[in-house]
Design a binder for this molecule. Sequence first.
Ligand SMILES: O=C(O)CCC(=O)C(=O)O
Length: 232
Amino acid sequence: MGIITGLLRQFYRKSKLCPVINFRSASDVSPLRCEIKGDFSWLCGSSVDVLDAIRGHVEVRENFITEEEESALFKEVELGLKKKKYEFNHWDDAIHGYRETERLQWGSVCAGILARVRTTAFPEGSPLLGPVHVLDLDKTGYIKPHVDSVKFCGSTIAGLCLLSDSVMRLVREENTADCVDLLLSRRSLYIMRDDVRFKFTHEILKDEESFFSGHRVPRERRISVICRNLPV
Ligand SMILES: O=C(O)CCC(=O)C(=O)O
């Protein structure tokens, strides 16, 4: 069993597209303009209420790393990944078309990047999971909707996105009409905390379904480098 399959509780719910209204719209009919201060161009949702519910629990920091830092991370993780084969055939896996590895020891450039991730994402003193999880999705790969297990995961997850833009979809478990899309641009860092982890499913859309706010977001091979804290 892979690391992720052990960590995740999968929902055998077929990923279905839900109506997504651009958060920055001006009325219910045509797209509303975002009234939250700051740049939320990476966020759109099915209603203002659901966006209010997730506000403060999810964050995307675009261009968190430079191209040089992305290359440094890629070189280091590729060493562990290339020994493995992509997994495609397990119908019950939470993920399709992936390989994964964990890494505890990093060279100085990557260690510096990860220290920055941890300082940005986790409260001071929060007990962190030592090994960093590296998840490599093939171009045809995707992550099915799932909720992280409270048994294995702490309150926060922080992921660096390498090689490709992608769309992460969050769907409220209690009301699946409530959904939010996050545009995870290449070299961004996303952070998810608390209720968003446990009351919403999250998934990474497959290439054919990869649209954000009506715009196509082509999915290439994508690697995420994920830091977590420990459950308390
Ligand atoms: O690859 C990603 O960024 C998402 C990983 C994920 O869904 C998880 O760790 O629960």
